[in-house]
Design a binder for this molecule. Structure first.
Ligand SMILES: Nc1ncnc2c1ncn2[C@@H]1O[C@H](COP(=O)(O)OP(=O)(O)OP(=O)(O)O)[C@@H](O)[C@H]1O
Length: 260
């Protein structure tokens, strides 16, 4: 098991109990989505995994090691992190952004250069064209690709992603989602992705943890969620994507009839 979250709780100063009794496991190579409405505790859960936040109770195991016993900085270097927005350093080139962790890990300069080029190729950005540019000269989708390359730099077996495709237009988002899933399948790393978009979770994830008011109300594959939603909240969250899919299907059928 690559990640195990066991009865996690987080209470913020001031008494807000953002996460309560959250437990879920992630297998090697699995893509898990944490889905839920704004404020339900998704980001808090994610940050407790790599100890950007300290849990108030419960335990997190990364590759069977108790995260509480690891040095938080070493833990964070070991786990890839794709931030909300893109989180790139604006004053650094694309190549230097991707190289940040490698330099912290004391890689030799030639190895860093080769690795950066290989990573840019992985996310389908031509290194010759992109490595020396500033993030400000890139489109949103290209910046997000750089963010993914940076998160993969150290060869982590686990990636945490906070709304990685949230700020993109639908076409760019769709392309990036497909590329990401293909890359993840090919390279075999596991990922936990926070999203408020149930359609995105259904299309991408192997398993979906549906969160509500700080708790996981169902943790299942997309097929099981669709066939047997176990909670009113899950049914409500499925309504929108299912309604849209039906509406498009109906329109398509109508257009087909018009053609005849
Ligand atoms: N630093 C903080 N101090 C106090 N309360 C906080 C803090 N950060 C988050 N919260 C509260 O904890 C709850 C969960 O927040 P969290 O950011 O985890 O939700 P989320 O599901 O990721 O939401 P969103 O989709 O809007 O990002 C919310 O009620 C939020 O207001």
């Amino acid at each position: 098991m690559i990640l195990s979250v066991d009865q996690l709780e987080k209470t913020y100063r001031g008494g807000v109990k953002a996460v309560r009794d959250v437990s879920f496991d992630v297998d090697a190579g699995e893509l898990v989505a944490l889905v839920g409405e704004s404020g339900c505790g998704k980001t808090t859960t994610l940050k407790c995994i790599n100890r950007l936040l300290e849990p108030s109770a419960g335990r997190v195991f990364v590759e069977d090691e108790d995260a509480a016993g690891l040095d938080p900085v070493a833990l964070r270097r070991r786990i890839g992190w794709v931030m909300q927005g893109d989180g790139l350093f604006p004053h650094m080139s694309v190549g230097d952004n991707v190289a940040v962790t490698l330099r912290l890990l004391d890689w030799a300069p030639k190895e860093v250069t080769d690795r950066v080029d290989a990573l840019l190729e992985l996310v389908r950005l031509d290194p010759a064209q992109f490595r020396d540019r500033g993030p400000g000269t890139l489109s949103g989708g290209q910046r997000q690709r750089v963010g993914v390359a940076r998160a993969l730099a150290a060869g982590s077996n686990l990636l945490l992603m906070d709304e990685p495709f949230g700020a993109l237009d639908p076409i760019t988002r769709d392309a990036l989602r497909r590329d990401f899933v293909a890359l993840q399948r090919r390279m075999g790393f596991a990922a936990v992705m926070v999203t408020h978009d149930m359609a995105e979770a259904l299309l991408m994830a192997d398993r979906i943890a549906v969160m509500h008011a700080g708790e996981i109300v169902q943790y299942d594959t997309p097929k099981v969620l669709l066939n047997a939603p176990g909670h009113a909240i899950v049914r409500t969250m499925l309504e929108n994507p299912l309604h849209e899919a039906d509406a498009v299907q109906a329109l398509k059928a109508e257009a087909g009839r018009d053609d005849v």
